[in-house]
Design a protein around this ligand. Structure first.
Ligand code: PHE
Length: 351
């Protein structure tokens, strides 16, 4: 390596620097010439082969070359406004292994949807179709055709959220719409649309204007069931609910029916399942009664069938309505319904 060679490298590098127009080219230039394996470093390596007497001159020239090129490189860098200086670049090391996020439990279904989907699949295996209806309903479907008398307390402002049909609607003009207070209006819509035989479940969200507490919220889920055919009796209702309870809560549970009242069923019954935790002996979950109330039910009232154009002299049927949130609470031993909606990962992760 002669002094001439050094000076021609200098000319070439300075000329090259002049032609650079962007950050990418700056980086390429730096890698090619200014790193430990670059042009200048390798020229320092070649000093070894330079005759002893010339070494000091060559070394001096090389040092000057390195200094000059580095200086010009920095000028060029600030001229182009690029931020490729060694200090900023070194904070990003693309060769580092990727950081893995520790996942203790991958994403999964919400406990309410898990309960609902399990219930749906049990009823599907029992031959039920799945139907859906609107959450904003009219009075006819939510109450009227379900045999609620005009002055029935459930129509009261206390329980129902009303919806103005339009922005300029005034009280008394037309009946307001409402957020359905139960899934039973889907029964009505189905019977209006389809002639018997009918065998369907109707899951969905319902709304009630109630005080929020550990046992109830203003929005919750129900799962309705409806069977209409010739010769359907209360024994069929009991058989289907027993079969459901055994698949859902455990094969050795028992059920019992207690007389109850709903405007749209006659006779009506609350159905309890023997406590699957204590086997009926009494515990915290069943509040020492040995029984858990799981569903309201009954034989569809003849007035309801008539209102939907079905002849009650020919057809009979039964209906039932589960509260999904309550069922999930029983299933998982959750004591506060609000836990389902707080999105606390420590709670949700357990299911
Ligand atoms: N719709 C009733 C409720 O919300 C439940 C029910 C459904 C009862 C069908 C009987 C038959 O409480």
């Amino acid at each position: 390596m002669t002094l001439n060679e050094i000076s021609s490298v200098r000319e070439k590098l300075l000329a090259d620097l002049d032609t650079l127009t962007g950050a990418d080219q700056l980086v390429a230039f730096q890698l090619a010439h200014l790193t430990r394996k670059g042009t200048i470093a390798s020229m320092f390596d070649q000093l070894r082969d330079v005759p002893k007497e010339e070494k000091p001159f060559a070394g001096k020239e090389l040092n000057a070359l390195r200094q000059l090129v580095e200086e010009r490189y920095k000028e060029k860098e600030s001229l182009l406004g690029a931020t490729t200086s060694a200090s900023t670049r070194s904070t990003i090391d693309l060769t580092m292994p990727a950081r893995t996020v520790p996942v203790t439990s991958p994403g999964h279904e919400h406990p309410l949807m898990k309960t609902l989907n399990e219930m749906i699949s049990i009823f599907e295996r029992l031959g039920f179709a799945v139907e859906y209806g609107p959450e904003v309903e009219d009075d006819e479907h939510n109450f009227g055709k379900l045999n609620f008398a005009p002055d029935h307390p459930a129509r009261d402002m206390q329980d129902t959220f009303f919806v103005k049909p339009s922005a300029d609607w005034k009280a008394g003009e037309t009946a307001p719409l409402l957020l359905r207070t139960h899934t039973s209006p889907v029964q009505i819509r189905l019977m209006e649309r389809q002639a018997p035989p009918i065998r369907a479940i109707m899951p969905g969200r319902v709304y009630r204007n109630e005080a929020i507490s550990a046992r109830s919220g203003v929005a919750f889920f129900q799962l309705e069931g409806l069977v209409i055919d010739k010769g359907v009796s209360m024994a069929d209702l009991k058989g289907v609910l027993l079969s459901f309870a055994r698949q859902f809560f455990g094969s050795d549970v028992k059920i019992r029916l207690r007389p109850s009242f709903f405007p749209f069923t006659e006779p009506s019954a609350e159905v309890d399942v023997s406590c699957y935790i204590c086997g009926g002996k009494g515990c915290r979950v069943c509040k020492n009664s040995g029984w858990l109330e799981i569903v309201g039910s009954g034989m569809v009232h003849p007035n309801v069938l008539t209102a939907c154009g079905i002849d009650p002299e020919i057809y009979t049927g039964y209906a039932f309505g589960f509260g999904i949130d309550r069922t999930a609470m029983m299933r998982y031993g959750v004591s506060d319904i609000r836990d389902f909606f707080e999105n606390d990962y420590r709670f949700l992760e357990q299911f």
